[in-house]
Write a protein of this length. Structure first.
Length: 179
């Protein structure tokens, strides 16, 4: 029997979590948010990696090109610290950037914390994959996903990725009539 679930990449970018120095909370926050909102079948492909440009790039490319993840969500590495390089690597591996995602995530996060202006998360596409950088703080992950996810399923439709369905009571995904 063929597995019809959509693979979704969840990438934790953290030197300390990848070294086992602290417990990752960002990856589980993403997975829990998705489990609460998505009604279509999906499978998480989880990675915990260090803040190393080559490792981040190889991981994003693997999830997009080899595993055909329709959605790849990263957490961590989006601040102004010298080792925070997730946005630069995401930009380098994407074919197209979607600046509205980062703009909206920062706008919504600023309503909760003034340091959200320091966040540099971006989004873009690679083939039929949508890549979105999220902050590392679990509560900020929910804020950002709540803000942008209504546009995510239709974006994935437009780039030829797998169809994602949401529970409209939890996230009203927008699709034009007839889509």
């Amino acid at each position: 029997m063929t597995d019809l679930s959509c693979p979704i990449g969840i990438v934790v970018v953290s030197d300390r979590a990848s070294a086992g120095i602290y417990e990752d909370r960002g990856g589980p926050a993403i997975e829990a948010w998705l489990a609460n909102v998505l009604t279509s079948a999906w499978t998480p492909l989880k990675r915990i990696i260090p803040d190393e440009k080559d490792v981040i790039a190889a991981t994003l490319i693997e999830l997009a090109d080899e595993h055909k993840c329709g959605l790849i969500l990263t957490t961590g590495g989006t601040g102004p610290a010298p080792r925070d390089v997730t946005p630069e690597v995401t930009e380098a591996v994407c074919e197209r950037l979607l600046p509205g995602f980062g703009e909206l995530m920062r706008q919504k996060s600023l309503l909760e914390v003034p340091t959200a202006i320091l966040s540099r998360q971006i989004a873009g596409t690679r083939g039929s994959s949508l890549l979105i950088n999220l902050p590392g703080k679990p509560s900020a992950i929910g804020t950002c996903l709540d803000a942008v996810f209504p546009a995510v399923p239709y974006c994935i439709d437009l780039i030829g990725g797998p169809r994602l369905e949401t529970d409209p009571a939890k996230c009203a995904a927008f699709r034009p009539k007839g889509s």
